[in-house]
Write a protein that binds this ligand. Structure first.
Ligand SMILES: *Cc1c(COP(=O)(O)O)cnc(C)c1O
Length: 240
């Protein structure tokens, strides 16, 4: 099959599933944003996805993004780029230049550096609710029972929300490695509870988005309140 046709079909399939999951959660399809994760894929593939109607793209490595995004910009002027991978503090300037959204703000220092870059950015705070050591994110595996852990996070939230040019829009997480997507559901549920708690504690911040759900578990994430799903494999096939 022609590659463009194949990508179109896969996008339609994913969008159909997103729509159904949104309805199951009592929401409209438009309330869930699809970020197409293009890491490892060629610029031509990204252009095809854009031709098929996608406008939000995610990359996880700064080096790769540097080699792809600037060259694509003239053709994708109306697209939005999302940084979803771990960030080293010395790369913050590049991140701010390349991306409009940063999902992977996982410590105060990164937020401070991004703020210093001088660009307005939409950010999400990445949290680790499963305690998996391999995952980045503010440590909250014992939230809400562990008061010291929760307070440590809240004080970072306060410091970040005071930084100029950064607009906190919500939370992001990567679900734990599990055998079946259903097993990730409790983590997605806790994300929703954490977001509700943050809304109560910090009403001046726009706690709106939950970036959660990938190719294997996005339907469950949406059922539990995801407003942004980050999907690579289900759209583009295996990574190169
Ligand atoms: C790669 C990646 C994704 C997409 O993963 P798929 O399973 O291919 O959909 C989502 N989020 C992050 C942070 C990633 O690194």
């Amino acid at each position: 099959m022609e590659v463009l046709t194949q990508i179109r079909d896969q996008i339609a399939e994913v969008q159909g599933r997103i729509a159904k999951a949104a309805i199951r959660s009592g929401r409209r399809t438009e309330e869930v944003l699809l970020v197409a994760v293009t890491k490892t894929h060629h610029p031509e593939t990204i252009l095809m996805a854009a031709e098929a109607g996608l406008r939000h793209f995610g990359e996880n490595r700064v080096e790769e993004a540097l080699s792809k995004i600037p060259a694509l910009r003239p053709k994708l002027a109306d697209s939005t780029w999302h940084m979803i991978g771990h960030i080293q503090s010395r790369k913050c300037r590049d991140v701010a230049e390349l991306f409009q959204w940063v999902h992977s703000v996982d410590r105060l220092k990164i937020a401070e550096r991004l703020s210093q870059s001088g660009k307005e950015l939409d950010i999400l705070l990445e949290v680790n609710l499963s305690g998996e050591a391999s995952k980045s994110g503010f440590a909250l595996e014992d939230w809400p029972d562990n008061v010291a852990q929760s307070e440590a996070f809240y004080s970072e939230v306060e410091a970040i929300s005071a930084l100029e040019r950064l607009k906190i829009r919500g939370l992001m997480t990567i679900a734990p490695m599990v055998d079946t997507p259903e097993q990730a559901r409790p983590v997605f549920k806790r994300m929703r509870l954490l977001l509700d708690e943050l809304k109560r504690k910090y009403p001046a911040v726009e706690w709106r988005h939950l970036s959660m759900g990938m190719s294997g578990d996005y339907e469950i994430a949406i059922e539990e309140g995801a407003t942004i799903v980050r999907i690579g494999t289900a759209l583009f096939g295996a990574r190169l």
